[in-house]
Design a protein around this ligand. Structure first.
Ligand code: Q9C
Ligand code: ZN
Length: 677
């Protein structure tokens, strides 16, 4: 199942007709540039292209008052002077005679996308629209937004498709207060927004954008606000926010559909956001969301005002929707102190409403800074760390070189291959998953096998030859990911060879996630190039920062926190260029759990994941691993459950021990003291 791209050229018609420095950034080129770039990269052509339709007035009425809709309808006939006067009655809004038509197309595009996904015509998609929507309210335009595209799409999904739980992820750099107001007392829509806040000194200057606004009445806990109190937030901060706030809550909520208010003013170079996240980050965020709701992700454009940064970020998102592996994240994966304070403050505010946040242990915020409206716009220039002010003012050249880099992005010709002893033609593999027939040369295989008694048998040797062949194809960039099988009693030996071969044949850093009874190669050194993480095996005799072992949690909730709070933070901190996921004897994972691990580990390694399974495992396991490595949606884990107190405790302790080295594990600022994280 594919990806829809919904668009209509008419949405470029609206434009600012008078001088207004605040509004001029919301221009038609935002759409034309992004679309051109999608075409240039061959991405548009890979999507199911749908022409946007206009929403009906009944559809607008799902969210907006009839009087407001009539008022906007009336703007079609106004002259420029009258348009300017009316625009002045709202905050950061301009009307054009084509605004009503464009805004109805923008809503219609979002509805069409939701219909295509919920009808099963596509798995996911993007609506490229303007005007944006998330600031718009029942009876008011606001912040360039006229109708609330995403809020209407959510109501439509409920009314027309009978959905009960919808997650809205708003990664635009501004707070979508319009969406918050519409759903604040509604537990059927979980609204997550991060936004530049600066303790209330950034537009729209609302007290209710802070972390302690969590919804009202039956909607308590279904509004999740993550305020950024400094500019300069980057890849590490955004990924940490997903791992430590959004995803635990989202898995517990268990949405049937994910809507994304996809604003790219949170990306590097944007004049509004002043943030530092690179375009690739949006591929990672998109991938992370695709493990929810069976991969049903509908993204709708909101802001994004740096044309080059916007276009590249849009391309990254579409690539991820199409299932392509995300390019590795650049830069140090160390969240800023201020980001950790923000993350901690949301976790504290939300802990009463979500089990998944209670169990990971939440420290109190030691020095909450009061909201101080008196110092707002004037102090804006004084906020932010000095290095980011420098980045914002003098680093234009550095930014454009960053954005200009012809992204080598060596997308391997084969996305996923499987290497099995006896390939079963009946395996229900996606059509372009390659069944690899090749083997490494026999002498070479024998040489690698020699030290291992377990590899002496013919069957084990044959399997090893196939593992090595597939591994080499991954290391030389021919294949992105794969699944290979070995006999159970040769599993540790084959893994030992794969690790040593990987490290000697091109992998700079190799992460090995070993599940079940597998032995760590005895002669592995802690030289920073390999990280061994064992789940549910023997306890490490000499644990270190590169030798970690944790018991397999007994419940779904425990497993999820192990993945989100330990495995992925370690993996994103380590930044491996190859991940081996080995399912050893007695690994104890259910197929959907194994699939989730494989799907999520694509992120940190640029998609280079080799899964090693037991020859005797079920064909279903091989198929589901191949499918998720190929970019298809991970199957659902089923209803969330709590982690057992023992599992939760083990995790808290281990994280405390590892945090000083692996900074993505932090979920609270160091000032949080003992017990934090
Ligand atoms: N420099 C969207 O991104 N101006 N709307 C703020 C602060 C209004 C943004 C001024 C920004 C509206 C959809
Ligand atoms: Zn915005």
């Amino acid at each position: 199942m594919g990806t829809a791209l919904v668009y209509h050229e008419d949405m470029t018609a609206a434009r600012l007709l008078w001088d207004d420095p605040e509004c001029e950034i919301e221009c038609p080129e935002r759409l034309t540039t992004a679309l051109e770039r999608l075409q240039q990269r061959g991405l548009e052509q890979r999507c199911l292209q749908l022409a946007a339709r206009e929403a009906s007035e009944a559809e607008l009425g799902l969210v907006h008052s009839p009087e407001y809709v009539a008022l906007v309808r009336g703007t079609q006939a106004l002259g420029t002077g009258e348009l300017q006067t009316l625009s002045g009655q709202y905050d950061a809004v301009y009307f054009h005679p084509s605004t009503f038509h464009c805004a109805r197309l923008a809503v219609g595009a979002a509805l069409q996308l939701v219909d295509a996904v919920l009808a099963g015509a596509v798995r996911n998609g993007l609506a490229l629209v303007r005007p944006p929507g998330h600031h718009s309210q029942r009876a008011a335009a606001n912040g360039f937004c006229v109708f609330n595209n995403v809020a209407i799409a959510a109501r439509h999904a409920q009314r027309q498709h009978g959905l009960h739980r919808i997650l809205i992820v708003d990664w635009d750099v501004h707070h979508g207060q319009g969406i918050q107001y519409i759903f604040e007392d509604d537990p059927s829509v979980l609204y997550f927004s991060w936004h530049r806040y600066e303790h209330g000194r950034f537009w729209p200057y609302l007290r209710e954008s802070d972390a302690d606004a969590v919804g009202q009445g039956p909607g308590l806990g279904f509004t999740v606000n993550l305020p950024w109190n400094q500019v300069g937030m980057g890849n590490a901060d955004y990924v940490a926010a997903f791992l430590h706030v959004l995803l635990p809550v989202a898995f517990e909520f268990n949405p049937e559909l994910v809507l994304v208010s996809a604003g790219f003013d949170s990306a590097i170079g944007d004049p509004e956001g002043q943030m530092q996240a690179t375009p690739e980050c949006f591929a990672h965020l998109t991938q992370l969301l695709q493990v929810l709701a069976g991969g049903r992700v509908c993204a709708v454009l909101e802001g994004g005002y740096h044309l080059e940064s916007l276009s590249q970020s849009v391309c990254m998102m579409v690539q991820a929707l199409l299932g392509d592996p995300a390019p590795p994240l650049s830069g140090p994966m160390v969240p800023h102190g201020s980001a950790l304070e923000s993350i901690q403050s949301v976790r504290v505010a939300q802990a009463p409403h979500w089990m998944s946040l209670q169990q990971q242990g939440v420290a109190p915020v030691l020095s909450p800074r009061p909201y101080s409206p008196e110092g707002r716009p004037s102090s804006l220039l004084l906020t932010g760390r000095p290095e980011f002010k420098a980045a914002a003012t003098q680093d234009v050249a550095a930014l454009s070189s960053l954005l200009d880099q012809p992204r080598l992005n060596p997308t391997p010709p084969v996305r996923t291959a499987v290497a099995l002893a006896a390939p079963d033609a009946a395996l229900a593999l996606p059509s372009d998953v390659l069944c690899e027939e090749g083997s490494a040369p026999q002498e070479e295989t024998q040489a690698w096998a020699r030290p291992h008694e377990a590899l002496a048998q013919d069957r084990a040797l044959t399997a090893l030859g196939k593992v090595l062949y597939l591994l080499d194809r991954i290391l030389d960039g021919q294949v992105s990911s794969g699944v290979a099988a070995t006999p159970a009693r040769a599993a540790s030996a084959a893994l030992d060879v794969a690790i040593r071969r990987g490290l000697s044949h091109g992998a700079q850093r190799l992460l090995c996630l070993a599940v079940g009874q597998l032995d760590r190669p005895p002669d592995l050194t802690d030289d920073g190039r390999n990280l061994w993480l064992n789940i549910g095996g023997k306890e490490a005799a000499a644990p270190s920062m590169f030798h970690v072992s944790v018991p397999l949690p007994g419940t779904t909730g425990g497993f999820l926190s192990c993945v989100l709070a330990l495995v992925l933070p370690l993996a994103y901190s380590f930044q491996p260029d190859l991940v081996l996921v080995a399912l050893g004897p007695a690994h104890g994972l259910r197929d959907p759990q194994a699939a989730l691990l494989a799907a999520l580990l694509r992120g940190p390694a640029g998609g280079r994941v080799l899964a090693l399974v037991d020859e005797e495992c079920t064909p279903q396991l091989v198929v589901v691993l191949a499918r998720v490595l190929h970019g298809e949606a991970a199957p659902s884990l089923g209803p969330a459950s709590t982690a057992s107190p023992e599992d939760a405790q083990a995790l808290v302790q281990l994280r405390g021990h590892l945090e000083p080295r692996w900074k993505m594990l932090q979920a609270a600022s160091e000032a949080g003291g003992p017990g934090s994280g």
